[in-house]
Structure formats: structure tokens, C-alpha cells
Design a protein around this ligand. Structure first.
Ligand SMILES: [Zn+2]
Length: 130
């Protein structure tokens, strides 16, 4: 990145862009992208972006060749949601229910087709072929 575009995108007060703006690698350490937060097991947690990173890209046809990444304050971030044991059990049960044929009552071993609503043994061949 050239010196000139670094200066162009350096606006820590947001006077020019309306939101604090930094070139790549010049943002304060506590401001992270969603992906950077996720790598630390966090999520924005409802906060709006507090700053942005702007950079020129030739690889993407962004307006004016400028790309943006939004930054969030890691101090306001929340832990990523991890499903609890109970939620996991409920999900497994729901998936299993979708494998049980209402006609023969057997676990078909696969999620039943929404269209047939029955296992392949119980469904009419004309319906399966349709
Ligand atoms: Zn069946």
C-alpha cells in the first residue's frame, strides 16, 4: 500500500468518512473485524461498527476500487454462542423425528422427503417417480 492512500484513509476522528477510518494495519488493537472476533471466540454482540478499514483493491470491482471492512470494539464483544447440551439434544431429536416414517413408524435412516412425507418403502412408486 502506498503512502498516499494510507494518508487518504487515515481519519481516526471520522471527520471525513463519518466513522473513524484507518488504512490496513493502522487500526487500534482493540478494534477487530467480525472474522478476527470469531477467531478469538467472540461476536460483535449487537454493537454497531465503531470504525472501518478502507483499502484499495484491484482484485474486486468495488466502487472506486475501495473496499471496506467494519471494525468492532473487542471490549464490547460477547462470547460466541455455543449450543448447550440441552439444545444439542433437542436438535438431534428434531432431526431424528424427521427420519421416522408416520406410516410404518420406522426410523428410515434418512430425513424423509418433504414431498412424500413417508419412507421410500411406504410411499407409492408413482409419487417417488413424479
Ligand atoms: Zn414407512
Amino acid at each position: 500500500m502506498g503512502r498516499r492512500s494510507s494518508a487518504l484513509f487515515y481519519d481516526p476522528t471520522g471527520a471525513r468518512y463519518g466513522i473513524p477510518t484507518y488504512p490496513w494495519r493502522m487500526a487500534p488493537a482493540h478494534l477487530l473485524t467480525v472474522r478476527q472476533l470469531a477467531a478469538r471466540g467472540k461476536r460483535p454482540g449487537g454493537q454497531s461498527p465503531v470504525a472501518q478499514v478502507l483499502w484499495r483493491s484491484r482484485r474486486y470491482s468495488a466502487p472506486g476500487g475501495v473496499r471496506v471492512a467494519y471494525l468492532y470494539d473487542v471490549r464490547l464483544a460477547l462470547p460466541k454462542r455455543v449450543p448447550t447440551e440441552r439444545q444439542r439434544a433437542a436438535l438431534a431429536k428434531a432431526l431424528k423425528a424427521r427420519r421416522v416414517c408416520p406410516d410404518c413408524g420406522r426410523d428410515a435412516g434418512y430425513v424423509l422427503s418433504r414431498r412424500l412425507g413417508l419412507c421410500l418403502d411406504c410411499a407409492d412408486w408413482e409419487d417417488i417417480a413424479a
